[in-house]
Structure formats: structure tokens, C-alpha cells
Design a protein around this ligand. Structure first.
Ligand code: S3P
Length: 254
């Protein structure tokens, strides 16, 4: 039987080699991402086409198949993180009118790039312990906007997150200033008709309750247009596009 110290040294050598290889793998991922971006290739691929990562090397017949699969999953998670950081070192803040697709896009980026997902409305609901519609009804819109600004300001030190902002966030300049400090601001747009088709069955948006029609949406959109445009670093039109297409376009423009 070998001496314990000998075995320990072998394990330490393995660990050093693993770390060296992992580091190298991350460098390649970074290089691949930059290369894809420079040549205009898709950066994410299809949501349902599962990335295989190191499992692609083949695990069947391996002695530690299950353990290796778990490690491969972690490497895949790290790969997504590195890819996200290569594309955007700070945060991605999504702005746009209600129904522009902010939540769908943030879910997709969370899944495909392992980004932390933050929905400002969700943070407000959690802080106040009641749905948005009740906050508007019981405490008023001005109160909601104050809380919204506090939440936005509390996100200043975040990194690597996708921040899905409520549709009215850009109406206060202080919010835009806070977001700009740590995020690329991405404006998602859609026609009033598309917006209506996306929001018509929801009762969660107090501003639209009782106003579910193209004229009202067109009018409010027009009032907000200059604030959205002024805040945006990047703009992506969403009409007729899949979430995957919108995200590819967004990342290519970052
Ligand atoms: C609002 C948009 C909503 C929510 C609130 C007010 C707005 O968020 O913050 O109902 O003024 O545009 P979504 O844009 O996510 O629907």
C-alpha cells in the first residue's frame, strides 16, 4: 500500500492540472465568444438545443459517469457566465413600454447566459407585500414611483445581472442615471397593436386597466417616447421576432 502522503501529492497535482485546464477552457470560451461576435455568428443557439459542454467528450463507459456529469453541468454554468461577462461586463437593463417583451427577454438571457435576473416590479411587490395593482389602488402611483426609484438605486453595485425594469422607470431621470452607472440600457420596442395583443388578457397593470385599446397605448407611448429614446444605449424592435432572435440581435449590438 502506498504512503498517504504520496497519494495526497498525486491528488494535489491533479487539482493543479484541473484548475490549469479549466482556466484554459474559459480562455477559449472567451476567444470563441469574441470570434462569434466579430463575425456576426449567433451567440446563444437555440434554447431547447441543450449545450453539452464537456459531456460531449462522451461519458458512457466512464467509471465516474454520474459524478462527471454533475461536474460537466457546473462547467457549463461557468461557461455561460464567462460568455456573459465577455459580452457585457456590467448589467443589461431592459427598458420599454408594458408588453415590449422585457420579462421574456430577461428569462431567456438568464437561462442562456446564467445571468442573475432582477425584475424591479417583483422587488417592489416583495418589499411592499402586495401586488402592483393594490399598491396603486391603496397607496397611489406617486408612492409606487418612490419605491421604484429606491429599488433602482439599490441596484447600483450589481454586476452580471439582467435587470428588467417596469415600463415607467425611464420617466424619472434619477432612475436612468442610476441604471447608466452600471448597465447598458436596452430599449425594446413594439407597435401599439403588438403591445395590445400581448397585454390584453392581463389585469396586473393598473395603468392599462380600463384602457385596453390601441388609442390609449399609442397616446401613452408617444408621451414616453422621448424619455425611452434618450435613455437607450441600444434599441431592438421586437415585432414579429422570436425571443431568441431578439436576444441574438441585442447581444450583437452590445
Ligand atoms: C408600468 C409598468 C409596469 C409596472 C407598473 C407601471 C408603467 O411594468 O411597473 O404597472 O408605468 O409603464 P411592466 O412594464 O413590466 O408591465
Amino acid at each position: 500500500m502506498r504512503e498517504l502522503e504520496d497519494i495526497r501529492q498525486d491528488i494535489a497535482r491533479c487539482d493543479a492540472e484541473l484548475i490549469r485546464l479549466l482556466e484554459k477552457r474559459m480562455d477559449y470560451i472567451q476567444e470563441l465568444t469574441a470570434c462569434k461576435k466579430a463575425s456576426g455568428r449567433p451567440l446563444l443557439g437555440q434554447k431547447n438545443r441543450h449545450r453539452k459542454g464537456p459531456s460531449a467528450a462522451g461519458l458512457s463507459g466512464r467509471r465516474y459517469k454520474e459524478e462527471c456529469r454533475r461536474i460537466a453541468d457546473s462547467i457549463l454554468w461557468a461557461e455561460k457566465k464567462v460568455q456573459a461577462r465577455t459580452l457585457c461586463p456590467g448589467n443589461i437593463a431592459l427598458i420599454g413600454f408594458m408588453g415590449a417583451g422585457k420579462s421574456s427577454v430577461s428569462h431567456f438571457l438568464r437561462d442562456m447566459l446564467a445571468m442573475e435576473e432582477i425584475e424591479t416590479d417583483e422587488l417592489i411587490v416583495a418589499a411592499e407585500g402586495m401586488p402592483i395593482a393594490d399598491i396603486f389602488a391603496e397607496r397611489g402611483e406617486a408612492y409606487f414611483r418612490r419605491i421604484e426609484s429606491q429599488i433602482i438605486s439599490s441596484l447600483r453595485d450589481k454586476k452580471g445581472a439582467v435587470i428588467s425594469c417596469g415600463g415607467g422607470v425611464v420617466m424619472r431621470e434619477e432612475n436612468v442615471r442610476s441604471l447608466k452607472a452600471s448597465s447598458r440600457i436596452v430599449l425594446l420596442t413594439a407597435s401599439p397593436e403588438t403591445i395590445l395583443s400581448r397585454v390584453k388578457d392581463s389585469t396586473k397593470r393598473p395603468i392599462l386597466n380600463g384602457n385596453m385599446n390601441v388609442d390609449y397605448i399609442t397616446d401613452l407611448m408617444e408621451k414616453r417616447r422621448s424619455s425611452y429614446q434618450a435613455a437607450a444605449d441600444i434599441k431592438v424592435a421586437t415585432d414579429g421576432k422570436s425571443v431568441a432572435q431578439i436576444c441574438e440581435e441585442l447581444l450583437a449590438k452590445l
